[in-house]
Design a binder for this molecule. Structure first.
Ligand code: GLN
Length: 192
């Protein structure tokens, strides 16, 4: 079987970190800034960073509609932190007019963990992953509501922080920043 090509949306954020993790896991990787690049991908990662900036740039680069079309076409997508915001069907505390790509049947609250705990790390139990995951949260969103087909893989203080909905996977935390690759492996299992 030839390895799938996994793109990383490369408008802003933790692009290098995701590319490095994916490369280590043996897939072909590609930074994605335009539709022609997106067209060649079998799966896509939406990195952590700043969702408002990525949204604005995606609009400028005319990527929003092509991204929505690929999600609708069931391309596997993995969103981390800002990437979770981008995948959410419904957004709370977004910037004025902020749109998402959508597709993942969740309501996400941006910056939900609040100022006093803007960044923290914790050991999380994640369904489908053996042993705990050291999870890094940076001005992280949480999932406020989930649709009936959404599987909650992990929660913090009762709030879902890792969810899966068919071909879509999202985490509030950043597995790309600390060498954690087991969430990427879960995602890649859906890309072959
Ligand atoms: N708060 C950021 C946003 O709304 C997400 C932060 C992050 O990705 N670390 O996009």
């Amino acid at each position: 079987m030839t390895a799938p090509t996994i793109g990383v949306l490369a408008l802003q954020g933790d692009v290098r970190e995701h590319l490095a993790t994916l490369t280590r896991l043996g897939v072909k990787t590609l930074p994605v800034r335009r539709q022609a690049e997106l067209d060649t991908c079998d799966g896509l990662v939406l990195p952590g960073g700043e969702s408002t900036t990525m949204w604005r740039l995606a609009r400028t680069f005319e990527l929003l509609e092509p991204l929505r079309a690929r999600v609708e076409d069931k391309m596997p997508v993995f969103g981390t932190c800002a990437g979770m915001v981008l995948l959410a069907e419904r957004l709370l505390d977004g910037a004025e007019g902020q749109e998402t790509i959508g597709g993942l049947d969740i309501t996400v609250r941006r910056n939900a963990f609040g100022r006093q705990t803007e960044s923290f790390e914790t050991d999380l139990t994640v369904a489908g992953v053996k042993d705990t995951v050291r999870a890094v949260f940076i001005r992280a969103p949480w999932v406020e509501a989930t649709g009936p087909d959404v599987e909650v893989l992990a929660s913090v203080a009762g709030h879902p922080v890792a969810v899966r909905h068919g071909h879509l996977l999202a985490t509030s935390f950043h597995p790309e920043v600390n060498g954690e690759d087991r969430l990427h492996r879960l995602f890649l299992d859906t890309c072959w």
